[in-house]
Design a protein around this ligand. Structure first.
Ligand SMILES: [Zn+2]
Length: 156
């Protein structure tokens, strides 16, 4: 058993995360001090978590890696288009970023905090501070360029 798998009393991300390197299914906590790694081969795992008004501080603000926030809602068509691209990005940048998805319908305080007047609104947070912001759906390549630039400019 690994340290990650032992943390069973804490909130977990949705379902097991399959390692792209060895195929191992891993349980991944929604919030943790470091970044998740595969229990078998120790490669970084994609980190995709949900947050709401109650959990956002712990899941997003306290994260030690840059956080890509997806402010979305179930009824939003463009959100359903951008979500798979964001998840692909989280897989491509495993160990470097965390993707936190916030359903604005159940997170009015977070929605208000970031003045999300249109969705999807995408943010890059570092230590709880917004370092980049994007409104509306964009294709994967543009999303990737946007996040890469945010990570480069946000480096301390
Ligand atoms: Zn693995």
């Amino acid at each position: 058993m690994t340290r990650w798998a032992d943390r069973q009393n804490e909130a977990m991300t949705n379902g097991p995360v399959r390692c792209e390197h060895c195929g191992q299914a891993n349980r991944v906590p929604a919030a943790a001090a470091g970044t998740p790694r595969c229990g078998k081969c120790h490669q970084p795992l994609p980190w995709i978590a949900d947050a709401d008004d109650t959990t956002f501080a712990e899941v997003a603000d306290a994260a030690k890696v840059p956080v890509v926030v997806d402010l979305w809602a179930p009824w939003c068509g463009p959100c359903r288009m951008v979500s798979p691209a964001l998840e692909q990005l989280a897989r491509d940048l495993a160990g470097q970023v965390k993707l936190v998805k916030v359903n604005v319908d159940v997170a009015p305080q977070i929605s208000q905090r970031f003045a999300a007047q249109a969705i999807p609104t995408l943010l890059v947070l570092r230590g709880g501070q917004v370092v980049a912001r994007q409104t509306g759906a964009v294709p994967l390549a543009a999303l990737r360029a946007w996040v890469d630039q945010a990570l480069a400019t946000a480096a301390p």
